[in-house]
Write a protein that binds this ligand. Structure first.
Ligand SMILES: NC(=O)c1ccc[n+]([C@@H]2O[C@H](COP(=O)([O-])OP(=O)(O)OC[C@H]3O[C@@H](n4cnc5c(N)ncnc54)[C@H](O)[C@@H]3O)[C@@H](O)[C@H]2O)c1
Length: 504
């Protein structure tokens, strides 16, 4: 056993990372599921774990799922927890836990670090991460960015070294357009050839996830529209046949695109559109704040017009793994794979603007605190996850906000119903709202729009029990002033980002 330890960000348990293979357990799992097709899923993160559960709970086909992740400090705990009956994801979606429990009953989901798993698989789904690195100047402007492909290529090689010659490989990872044809296909061909196997039997397709890890987590995979493609007709047909067994395609018909470049582009275009829409809201928030306008009221009025129904509200910033990188990935591919000279400038600018949102938000909050007629020192943050109803803190805008505010104030406490350990900052987080609001704060800042806070008006009731003076700053437009205790009034002791103050 190696000396490396892996700590669970869900339970805090510590696991020894193994340095041996897992062949005996693999064989025993495969033997006890010998009447089922084997699907191996590479990457047991927010997408791979959820996809594993959807496949293992298919109501149209009996699958046995092998989840494959890495034996390292960051990820091994996910393998260990799945195999000990602990779901490695915290979510507000009860279906996630129902699906997990049902795989326990059926014993058709096993997690492993051993790439030998790929040798048993009829279908291999790639759900690993592919990150974008950003270099910024002191003002937060984006100097440069890159998509280092080494880790991704290595992961595909592991598949090529083990897979059956007629396997279906389905790439779900968000990749720079062109990756399936220019990166994945040649790696698989080269590996099959060096193993002395035929190279025209395997099928390779691309179908991107639209997973939303909030309250509709499982349904965002199972009951939602999907786009797919293959590197040739045979591959596309094979992807279609497989997806029809795991997704409710009668209600949500599949959309086949002509090439893998098309589906790869569809994914990054979808997210770039959203990132630009959010970036657009930023300058209007500043305009609203300085002109005494309530931008929420304005956006609500405009949204009634169907063509403008997805105009964005103001907020603390864009977080999560996808919107913060996908437009850059698209621009990178346009230059590196297809020779476009200037990349996709507007999409890149949107990411740069969005990355600066927490700093605007900090200035907004700091301005209120510094100009208050009393010294305010004890700060409470409600929410550290990047979005409502999820326990994912990756690229959470609250992290940048926290880093800034903690340089100004010493006494900062955080609460989040879905996060007990904030891995990026190695901070323990209070999960109970009631215990949190028993503390004394001068300023309570709502930083994530978790709907849980509003359940049965719990937050309003708890705030009404606070008997010392406290100001509230809502950076995500969650709270309703009318439900707060009477002594709260707009821009006196209750402030909302994107809502201006008209001087009387
Ligand atoms: N999180 C989302 O909401 C979301 C939504 C849609 C699409 N996506 C895309 O799906 C992909 C996965 O995202 P995620 O959020 O699940 O990422 P994640 O970081 O949560 O999970 C990725 C997992 O892959 C594992 N991994 C990396 N290299 C590996 C290898 N060689 N072998 C086995 N495992 C390996 C990592 O250890 C990690 O556990 C990304 O491309 C992302 O852009 C994510």
């Amino acid at each position: 056993m190696s000396k490396i330890k892996s700590i669970s960000t869900v339970t805090g348990h510590i696991y020894d990372v193994p340095d041996n293979n897992d062949e005996d357990r693999l064989i025993s799992f495969v033997n006890s599921n010998n009447n089922k097709k084997i699907v191996a899923i590479q990457g047991l993160g927010f997408v791979g774990t959820a996809m594993s559960l959807v496949v293992a709970n298919s109501d149209k086909n009996e699958y046995a799922v092998l989840g494959v992740d890495q034996a390292n400090k960051e990820s091994y705990w996910k393998i260990a927890e799945i195999n000990s009956g602990i779901c490695p994801i915290v979510s507000s979606d009860p279906l996630l836990y129902e699906f997990f429990e049902s795989t326990r009953q059926k014993e058709n989901f096993y997690a492993t670090h051993d790439p030998k798993a790929f040798s048993y698989a009829d279908v291999i789904i790639v759900d690993i991460n592919l990150d974008v690195t950003k270099i910024k100047d002191n003002s937060g402007n984006l100097d440069s960015f890159d998509v280092p492909m080494t880790g991704f290529k290595k992961a595909i090689e592991l598949i090529g070294q083990e897979c059956k010659k007629d396997v279906l490989i389905l790439i779900e990872t968000t990749v720079p357009p062109g990756t399936c044809q220019k990166v994945v296909y040649p790696i698989i061909v080269e590996n099959l050839r060096s193993r002395g196997l035929e190279t025209d039997k395997f099928k390779l397709g691309h179908s991107y996830e639209r997973v939303m890890p909030g309250p509709n987590y499982m349904n965002s995979i199972k009951n939602f529209y999907r786009v797919y493609s293959g590197i040739n007709n045979k591959s596309a047909n094979s992807v279609e046949k497989f997806l029809k067994t795991v997704i409710s395609t009668d209600e949500y018909p599949l959309t086949r695109l002509k090439t893998t470049e098309s589906t790869e582009m569809a994914k990054v275009l979808e997210n770039s559109y959203r990132a630009m829409n959010i970036s657009f809201a930023i300058e209007w928030s500043r305009f609203a704040e300085s002109s005494g306008v309530d931008l929420y009221e304005v956006v609500d009025a405009i949204r009634l017009r169907p063509t403008h129904a997805n105009l964005m509200y103001p907020g603390i910033g864009v977080g999560g793994y996808c919107l913060t990188k996908d437009p850059l990935m698209a621009s990178w591919a346009s230059e590196k794979f297809f020779g476009l000279k200037s990349g996709l400038q507007s999409s890149v600018k949107a990411v740069e603007n969005n990355d600066k949102m927490p700093s605007y938000c900090f200035n907004f909050v700091n301005n209120i605190i510094q100009n208050f007629d009393k010294k305010l020192t004890r700060i409470g943050l409600l929410g550290v996850a990047y979005g409502p109803g999820i326990g994912d803190t990756r690229f959470s805008p609250v992290e940048d906000f926290y880093n800034r505010i903690s340089m100004q104030f010493e006494d900062i406490k955080c609460q989040d119903p879905y996060v007990s350990l904030w891995p990026e900052l190695n901070l323990k987080i209070e999960t109970s709202l009631e215990s949190f609001l028993n503390r004394i704060f001068d300023v309570l800042i709502v930083t994530t729009g978790h709907r849980d806070y509003l359940k049965n008006n719990s937050i309003y009731e708890l705030i009404s029990k606070v008997d010392q003076e406290m100001i509230i700053i809502d950076t995500v437009g969650l709270l309703d002033l009318k439900k707060l205790p009477k002594h709260y009034s707009q821009n006196k002791n209750f402030y909302v980002l994107g809502v201006g103050h008209k001087k009387d």
